[in-house]
Design a protein. Structure first.
Length: 108
């Protein structure tokens, strides 16, 4: 009797094992994509906060004419140079952190 030898196809065990392997692969890719998207969204929000800080800093730079702060610059072999101006700091909140930009605006 040749009942099973003439039939072609997959057995139930082969199908179950292949579905289990496919499920493991799908779960690993889903986890990777989820963490990637959350990282992308986080970076986008941080970029928006940095952009807002840059806009605020540009406004401060354009409005400041003089300041009483000093910036000392030292070079090798040359005595230090002192520049008068104003130090400006801009803070923008980003989630539970702050984005901070600092610049020195020399007197005009």
């Amino acid at each position: 009797m040749k009942i099973l030898s003439d039939k072609k196809g997959f057995t139930l065990i082969e199908i179950i094992i292949s579905l289990a392997i496919l499920g493991i692969i799908v779960v690993s890719f889903t986890t990777t994509f989820t963490s990637s998207f959350s990282g992308i969204f986080s970076s986008g929000k941080k970029s928006q906060a940095l952009h807002q800080a840059q806009i605020q800093m540009d406004r401060k730079i354009n409005s400041v004419t003089t300041g009483s702060d000093t910036l000392n610059i030292k070079f090798l072999g040359i005595s230090q140079i002192t520049v008068l101006g104003k130090k400006e700091i801009v803070n923008v909140e980003y989630k539970d952190h702050n984005v901070s930009l600092t610049t020195f605006i020399p007197n005009r």
